[in-house]
Write a protein that binds this ligand. Structure first.
Ligand code: UGA
Length: 422
């Protein structure tokens, strides 16, 4: 099948490469010609393990375009994978979704074949029916469910293992109200041999938010219990190993520490709270999830003060800047509030990350960046923000370490060691 994928960010490029590998012809549509050129030459526009190989392998089934209207006309199925960034009040900015819907409507205008539009961007429940469908109907003069199809197909990919998550998904969620689109979507995902759950459009949209918000809740819960465990001298990791053995609870996403960052959990929880507020519902559990997540990284500072009361003029090392290992992504990284506090208190910051230093330099050009992790160890104290595997291969002897992620080598060998929740 000929499929257009609008948006060449993380969701679009992984989805498009995955669908190309399933044998479809993909037209990647974007505004940034440089990114499109990279894709066309079989290279990934983002850092994601295995994506270069997947794009290169399927190069002859991949084309690119900046012309959305023609791409729609040329394809039978179209995935909307554009960003939905946060507004100041936590709600999501739908400008890109709106713009794309206008172009899709124009593309459908002169198109005779049945075309299904799939919303993969994370949008608040009701957005597809309240915004995407009316805009496309207005621009095309054609009726959804009769002249063209529409589906919601949220993504559950994790950065760093997105390819694996695409091919071995726990489930594929398809939200659609028309049979034809349902059959097309099921046939697209059938070769993956993973569970497919078909539901209404707004239910599918809600499944995405409810999933991310629950995972974020698990993390904040593990962090709160972790804070208590530390005070009571109980090993929180052992506690959650035992808790996770209950199949009703499960072992994943119970790693306590300095909380969640990235482009999804903080944004999605905020959007769910803001969207609920706009219809008069107060999501107080999720408000607390965010509150715990904001205070958790600052616990590092209180442990640091216990060892070094005045930070002015002291050199403080930071190991890890990415929001998690195996990515260069620094969006909402826990390193940001920690480094802000260190700078405010007059410390000299020297940071190291195997992959994210270039991105971080854009935000913080004035801190010092080390060439190796070892170089950071000579600081007055070292804060571990991201659990990169290579940080397990360091000898921390003689170093003051405050660990936000539980790096065993640091716990074993540091001169003075405090874990955030253990
Ligand atoms: C998350 C979800 O896991 C994906 O299912 C979803 O598709 C994606 O958001 C999205 O909505 O696009 P991602 O943000 O890539 O994926 O990364 P995660 O592995 O979920 O980690 C998020 C944050 O939680 C990281 O900062 C990580 O350090 C933190 N975390 C994770 C913990 O603090 N403890 C844990 O036990 C797990």
């Amino acid at each position: 099948m000929k499929i257009s994928v609008i948006g060449t960010g993380y969701v679009g490029s992984v989805t498009g490469a995955g669908l190309a590998d399933l044998g479809h012809h993909i037209i990647f549509v974007g505004r940034d010609q440089k990114k499109l050129d990279l894709i066309q030459s079989g290279k990934s526009p983002i850092f994601e393990k295995g994506l270069d190989e997947l794009l290169a392998k399927n190069r002859d089934r991949i084309s690119t375009s900046t012309d959305m209207v023609s791409a729609i006309r040329e394809s039978e199925l179209c995935f909307i994978c554009v960003g939905t960034p946060s507004n100041a009040d936590g709600s999501i900015d739908l400008q890109q979704v709106r713009d794309v819907s206008v172009s899709i409507g124009k593309g459908l205008d002169s198109d005779d074949q049945y075309h299904t539009i799939v919303v993969k961007s994370t949008v608040f429940p009701g957005t597809t029916e309240g915004l995407v469908i009316p805009v496309i109907e207005r621009e095309s003069g054609k009726t959804a469910g009769i002249d063209w199809g529409i589906a919601s197909n949220p993504e559950f990919l994790k950065e760093g293992c997105a390819i694996e998550d695409f091919f071995q998904a726990d489930r594929v969620i398809i939200g659609t109200n028309d049979q034809k689109s349902r059959h097309i979507m099921e046939s697209i995902y059938e070769p993956l041999k993973v569970p497919i759950y078909t539901t209404s459009i707004r239910t599918a949209e809600m499944i995405k938010y409810a999933s991310n918000a629950f995972l974020a809740t698990k993390i904040s819960y593990a962090n709160e219990i972790g804070n208590l465990c530390k005070r009571l001298d109980i090993d929180t990791r052992d506690v959650f190993t035992g808790v996770g053995m209950d199949h009703r609870i499960g072992p994943d996403f119970f790693r306590s520490g300095i909380g969640f960052g990235g482009s999804c959990f903080p944004k999605d929880v905020r959007a769910l709270i803001a969207g609920a507020r706009s219809v008069g519902i107060d999501l107080s559990i999720l408000a607390s999830v965010l509150k715990v997540n904001e205070s958790q990284p600052l616990r590092m500072l209180s442990f640091l003060h216990a060892k070094i009361p005045a930070l002015h003029g002291k050199t403080i090392g930071v190991l890890g800047l990415a929001f998690k290992p195996d990515t260069d992504d620094i969006r909402e990284s826990r390193a940001i509030p920690v480094i802000d506090s260190l700078i405010r208190e007059g410390a000299e910051v020297v940071a190291y990350d195997p992959m994210a230093m270039d991105n971080f330099r854009g935000l913080y050009p004035n801190i010092r960046y080390a060439k190796t992790a070892e170089e950071v160890l000579s600081s007055d104290a070292v804060l571990i923000i991201t659990e990169w595997p290579e940080f397990e291969n360091i000898d921390y002897t003689g170093t003051v370490v405050i660990d936000g992620r539980r790096v065993d080598a640091a716990e074993r060998s540091a001169g003075w060691y405090q874990g955030v929740c253990w």
